[in-house]
Design a protein around this ligand. Structure first.
Ligand code: DC
Length: 203
């Protein structure tokens, strides 16, 4: 495999793209960037009173290390700041530089194959029904001790899907040349096998 190789993985919340991305990165020895964390870090700073555009422009590595970034509240805040064109613009260079670093990179998010890395060597779009995704996220949140209900999580997932898919700037959608993997009826291991087969065919 050549030194510079980008794998772009997009999809809605809780479709399994994070787990698949990490496993692919580990398998090939590539670096991994969860780009949702950038938006979550901006969202968390906004919840603490910051201006979204200023927060995006001055994002520091330590902002990504906060331990509250995985909460449902921060997820919604991330989805809201992600609508703002200037917020997205402030995060582009960092993501593109990461994608072209030596040794290969896996980036997962919403607009990696469409906007950030339109020339990525591999593009995957990992999805699943809203109900299946809500079920997975509910387990994850309650496993961490967050008090919530399945109905609340499903409503959150649907609200985030609608905002992420219908925004004017870099909306969530599969790139024209992305391979779509629907994980609704698959285990993570099965989905990973499909992803690895696709990558092997393209590398
Ligand atoms: O992947 P995630 O659930 O951590 O993402 C949180 C929010 O950040 C998501 O609802 C929309 C936004 N996001 C985005 O707009 N573009 C990305 N590349 C990644 C995330």
């Amino acid at each position: 495999m050549t030194d510079i190789f980008t794998i772009a993985i997009d999809g809605p919340a809780a479709a399994g793209k994070g787990t698949i991305s990490k496993a692919i990165a580990a398998r090939f020895g590539f670096a991994h960037l969860d780009t949702g964390l950038l938006y979550r870090a901006v969202g968390a700073r906004v919840l603490a009173g910051a201006d979204p555009i200023e927060a995006a422009k001055s994002l520091q590595a330590q902002d990504m290390e906060r331990d509250d970034l995985r909460s449902a509240e921060v997820a919604q805040a991330a989805s809201k700041v992600a609508v703002i064109a200037e917020v997205r613009a402030a995060l582009v260079d960092f993501q593109r530089a990461f994608a072209r670093r030596a040794g290969g990179a896996v980036l997962d998010g919403r607009d990696i194959g469409t906007v950030i890395c339109p020339n990525a060597e591999v593009k995957l779009y990992v999805t699943a029904s809203a109900e299946v995704r809500a079920g997975r996220r509910f387990k994850e949140l309650t496993g961490k001790g967050e008090a919530t209900s399945l109905e609340t999580v499903l409503a959150d997932v649907k609200a985030r899907d609608a905002r992420d898919m219908n925004r004017a700037e870099a909306p969530l959608k599969p790139a024209a040349d992305a391979v779509v993997i629907d994980t609704s009826e698959l285990s993570i291991e099965q989905a990973l096998q499909i992803a690895l087969t696709e990558i092997s065919a393209l590398k």
